[in-house]
Write a protein that binds this ligand. Structure first.
Ligand code: NDP
Length: 276
C-alpha cells in the first residue's frame, strides 16, 4: 500500500480526462502530497474497481460518465445537493470507513458563471437544454441563486417533465419539448445535452436568446463547440464553454478531500492558453 494519498477519476471513456492534470496543479499550488490518476472503468466493473481502490489506500474518487448514478447508489451518506441530484461525482473515504458522496458539478457551474464571468442568475429566465445527469447536478445550485424561472427542454420530453417535478419544491421550474419553447425568450441558455460531443445541436429557434443574453455549453473542446458557435451567431453577449466549470467542480472536490481551497484563476488561464 502506497504511503502517498491516492485519488482518481473513474469513467468510461477516460483517456482524454483533464482531471489528473488539474488536481496535480492544485496539489503543487497548495503543497499537498497526493497522486491523482485516471482509470478506465466501465459501469459493469464499477463496484469491483471501487472496492479495490479504497482497499488499496484510496482516499477520494471522482466519477464521471457513465458512473455518477452508480456512485450515488454506492455512497453510504450523501450531501444535500447529492441527495437531490441523484448523481455523485465526488466520493470521500471517511474515518469510520463509510463513503460520503457529493456532487460538485452545480457549484462548479455557478462559480464559473457568477464569479469568473460576473453573470448574475438572479431574476433571470434560464433555459436548460437536456435532462440527463449534468442537468440533475446543476438545477439545485442554480435555484439557490433565485432565477425568475427555469425551463428544461429535452428531446425525450418525459425526462424533462419528471426532472422538473423532482425539483419543483425549490422554485419555478417546468419541463417541456423543444417545440414548446420556440416562441419563448431566455436570458441564459445552458446546454447540458451531450450533443456538442458529436458536433450536433438541439433544435433551437433563432429568437430564443434575449438581448445581451448568455450561452454556456457544459461541454468543452479546443475549438468552439456547436452550441458556443450558435450563441455567437445568435447575438450572445457571452458564449462560453464548460472548461471553467470543469476546473471549479474539481476545486470544490479538492476542498472536500483536503480542506484546502485551490486558487482557480491561474489554472483556468493556463488551460485556456493551451487550447489557443
Ligand atoms: P447524459 O448522457 O446523462 O444526458 C445527455 C442529454 O443530452 C440527454 O438529455 C439527451 O437527450 C441529450 N442529447 C444527447 N444528444 C442529443 C442531441 N443530438 N440533440 C438533443 N439532445 C441530445 O449526459 P450528462 O448529462 O452526464 O452530460 C451532458 C453534457 O454535460 C456532456 O457534454 C458532458 O461532457 C457535460 N458535462 C460537463 C461538465 C463540466 O465540468 N464541464 C460536468 C458534467 C457534464 P435524451 O434524454 O432525449 O436522450
Amino acid at each position: 500500500m502506497s504511503t502517498i494519498d491516492q485519488y482518481a477519476v473513474f469513467g468510461h471513456p477516460i483517456n482524454h480526462s483533464k482531471s489528473p492534470r488539474i488536481h496535480t496543479l492544485f496539489a503543487e499550488q497548495t503543497q499537498q502530497q497526493l497522486v491523482y490518476t485516471a482509470q478506465d472503468v466501465p459501469a459493469e466493473s464499477f463496484d469491483n474497481a471501487i472496492s479495490i481502490f479504497f482497499a488499496q489506500g484510496g482516499k477520494g474518487l471522482n466519477c464521471t460518465v457513465p458512473l455518477k448514478e452508480l456512485a450515488w447508489q454506492r455512497a453510504d451518506t450523501l450531501s444535500e445537493r447529492a441527495k437531490f441530484s441523484k448523481a455523485v461525482n465526488t466520493l470521500v473515504l471517511q474515518k469510520d470507513g463509510n463513503l460520503f458522496g457529493d456532487n460538485t458539478d452545480g457549484i462548479g457551474l455557478v462559480t464559473d458563471l457568477t464569479i469568473n464571468h460576473n453573470i448574475s442568475l438572479e431574476n433571470k429566465r434560464i433555459l436548460i437544454l437536456g435532462a440527463g445527469g449534468a442537468s440533475r447536478g446543476i438545477i439545485g445550485p442554480i435555484m439557490q441563486k433565485s432565477p425568475t424561472h427555469i425551463v428544461i427542454a429535452n428531446r425525450t420530453v418525459e425526462k424533462a417533465i419528471t426532472l422538473s417535478q423532482e425539483f419543483s419544491q425549490l422554485g419555478n421550474i417546468t419541463g417541456c419539448s423543444y417545440d414548446e419553447i420556440k416562441n419563448s425568450e431566455f436570458d441564459i441558455i445552458l446546454n447540458a445535452t451531450s450533443a456538442s460531443l458529436t458536433g450536433e445541436l438541439p433544435p433551437l429557434s433563432s429568437n430564443l436568446l434575449a438581448n445581451n443574453g448568455t450561452c454556456y455549453d457544459l461541454a468543452y473542446s479546443n475549438d468552439p463547440t456547436a452550441f458556443v458557435k450558435w450563441g455567437m451567431d445568435n447575438g450572445a453577449a457571452k458564449s462560453l464553454d464548460g472548461l471553467g466549470m470543469l476546473i471549479e467542480q474539481a476545486a470544490e472536490a479538492f476542498f472536500i478531500w483536503r480542506d484546502v481551497r485551490p486558487e482557480t484563476k491561474d489554472i483556468i488561464a493556463l488551460l485556456n492558453s493551451e487550447r489557443n
